[in-house]
Ligand binder design. Structure first.
Ligand code: NAP
Length: 270
């Protein structure tokens, strides 16, 4: 299983399961099937189904908590020194666990970074979270956060073949500091799978469009891809993208079909 290094030195799986819009028993079964296949990272958030997704994660990881790297996120309005502690307790309870491996600020809100960082560090000191990071923070926000703390372990961002804006300045900024990107909506919520260039690429190289999109992300050393699949067949297909090693000519082909940014742009989010 491919792994990505966090700044702390810990190696975490480069492939994980997203949980946005998961709400049914069938979704918990899909997460369990993923764990059975060997997927070892799950991404969730208190926001998803207002706690429902975390409950399903709890169901899925029951009895094998130690095998899974669990990522969850706190709402910006809960990210005060006190609010983050109670939000974290609620998430732990829903997931029936005593710790979150990586706890992220979901996006930037009005609470000063210093306060959120103090909240994260208190949780880390108490063993309730093992690492903390952020999501949807652009370069300027990262610079400001960096002034408050350099303990940030990841930035979870919208990143796929059709959303390459971060490559202009945010990704280089993160790379300089060895902070990995968690690529969310890596198949653009399935819209990318209908892209004619990608369909054609997959057909010519004997892989599916989803596998092409995911293998492109997984070819990078510092990117963790977290596609969501409630359907077991989709899950297997996506997981198999880890076996796809795109050759330099294939990567070049994708670069031509999905060109990198030619200038700065504001951070895109979903
Ligand atoms: P995504 O993973 O790009 O796409 C998920 C959609 O694609 C689902 O409808 C899924 O359908 C379908 N799908 C998956 N694999 C497929 C395949 N092989 N063939 C056909 N369809 C397939 O989008 P996402 O859920 O937005 O992003 C992934 C995860 O990132 C989220 O679940 C969440 O954990 C995280 N995220 C974070 C943020 C943030 O602000 N930090 C924002 C968005 C997402 P089925 O379920 O039917 O399989």
């Amino acid at each position: 299983m491919k792994r990505v290094a966090l700044p702390s030195g810990e190696q975490v799986p480069a492939f994980g399961m997203g949980t946005w819009y998961m709400e049914s028993a069938g979704d918990a079964a899909a997460l369990k099937a993923g764990l059975d296949m060997g997927i070892r990272l799950i991404d969730t958030a208190e926001m998803y189904g207002e706690g429902r997704a975390e409950e399903l994660v709890g169901e899925a990881i029951a009895g094998r908590r130690d095998q899974v790297f669990v990522v969850s996120k706190v709402y910006p309005h809960n990210a005060s020194r006190k609010g983050i502690a109670t939000a974290c307790e609620r998430s732990l309870k829903r997931m029936k666990t005593d710790r979150i491996d990586l706890y992220l600020l979901h996006w930037r809100g009005n609470i000063p970074f210093e306060e959120t960082v103090a909240g994260f560090e208190a949780l880390r000191g108490a063993g309730k979270i093992r690492h903390w990071g952020v999501s949807n923070l652009d370069t300027g926000d990262m610079e400001e956060l960096w002034g408050a703390s350099q303990a940030v372990q990841a930035n979870q961002l919208l990143y796929n073949l059709t959303r390459r804006g971060i490559e202009w300045d945010l990704l280089p900024w993160l790379r300089e500091r060895r902070i990995p990107v968690m690529a969310y909506s890596p198949i653009e919520q399935a819209r990318l799978l209908k892209n004619r260039a990608l369909v054609d690429f997959g057909r010519r190289h004997g892989i599916t469009p989803a596998q092409a999109a995911l293998a492109w992300l997984l070819a990078k050393d510092d990117v963790i891809a977290i596609p969501k699949a409630g359907n077991a067949q989709h899950l297997r297909e996506n997981f198999d993208s880890l076996k796809v090693k795109l050759a330099p000519e294939q990567l070049a082909e994708l670069e031509r079909a999905f060109p990198p940014p030619k200038g700065p742009s504001s951070l895109e989010m979903l």
